[in-house]
Design a protein around this ligand. Structure first.
Ligand code: ATP
Ligand code: MG
Length: 229
């Protein structure tokens, strides 16, 4: 599916805790065209992962609207959001978030279930994806038995196997070896070159920039303030 414009209009996210209200995001607005890459930088706790979760419809804003093309994500019912995520979104999570106890192959093949492909086709595509990322020999290993770099490669295969139009990568280069970091960024760049919109949160902006994943910048300045350029 071709990418569509991702837009945030006055999006805020607040949490009400015992110590009062925490403003994680205050009135953020921006629009990203198909094929554009946005690099999110800022200190820990400044809201980068929150923005990725809002873009991927894993969170709803407290106020404001998130749209992907014609879809108003902030007001769709949960079943429509699940369909949106399955069809359009590839998520590379901070800390992998693979399903422990499942094999690498099962983790990747699961991302193809929303495509409605038969099981044999899902397994074939997942295998090819793992092989392309250099972890084909680990396909039948349970992910908890893999190294950090191997887990990140499996997580990347899961994120990209369905050829998503919107790719959300949260700290894709942290806690992995340098070759894995470079491979991950090169693969994200390939999705962008296929027309996908890509958001990357990173504590390693120079590496992300060098990989050509930075058409726009979002600077997270704390207390909900974000500057997008
Ligand atoms: N359910 C919640 N209730 C209250 N506060 C929350 C909740 N979820 C997240 N937060 C707060 O939101 C803030 C932003 O978190 P977020 O994970 O988006 O930051 P980040 O910029 O990705 O940080 P890091 O660089 O460490 O990954 C944090 O201060 C966090 O404590
Ligand atoms: Mg984060």
């Amino acid at each position: 599916m071709p990418a569509e414009t991702l837009s945030f209009s006055s999006v805020s996210k607040r949490y009400r805790g015992r110590a009062g209200e925490v403003v994680v995001l205050g009135k953020l607005s921006f629009a990203l065209a198909p094929g554009e890459a946005l690099l999110l930088v800022g200190p820990p706790g400044s809201g980068k992962s929150t923005v990725l979760a809002l873009a991927g419809a894993l969170l709803r804003p407290t106020s404001g609207a998130v749209r992907y093309g014609e879809r108003a994500l902030s007001s769709l019912p949960e079943h429509a959001l699940a369909r949106f995520r399955g069809a359009e979104v590839g998520f590379l999570f901070q800390g992998f978030r693979l399903l422990r106890g499942w094999t690498a192959l099962e983790n990747v093949a699961l991302a193809l279930v929303p495509k409605g492909l038969p099981a044999r086709e899902r397994a074939a595509r997942a295998t090819a994806s793992l092989e392309a990322l250099g972890v084909g020999a680990r396909a039948s290993f349970r992910v908890n038995d893999l190294s950090g770099g191997e887990q990140q490669r499996v997580a990347l295969a899961r994120a990209l196997v369905s050829e998503p139009s919107l790719v959300l990568a949260d700290e894709p280069t942290s806690n992995v070896d340098r070759p894995t970091a470079e491979l991950v960024l090169a693969e994200l760049r390939r999705r962008k070159d296929c027309g996908a919109t890509v958001l990357v949160a990173s504590h390693d902006p120079a590496l992300v920039r060098a990989a050509g994943l930075c058409d726009r910048m979002a600077y997270f300045e704390g207390e909900g303030r974000v500057r997008v350029e």
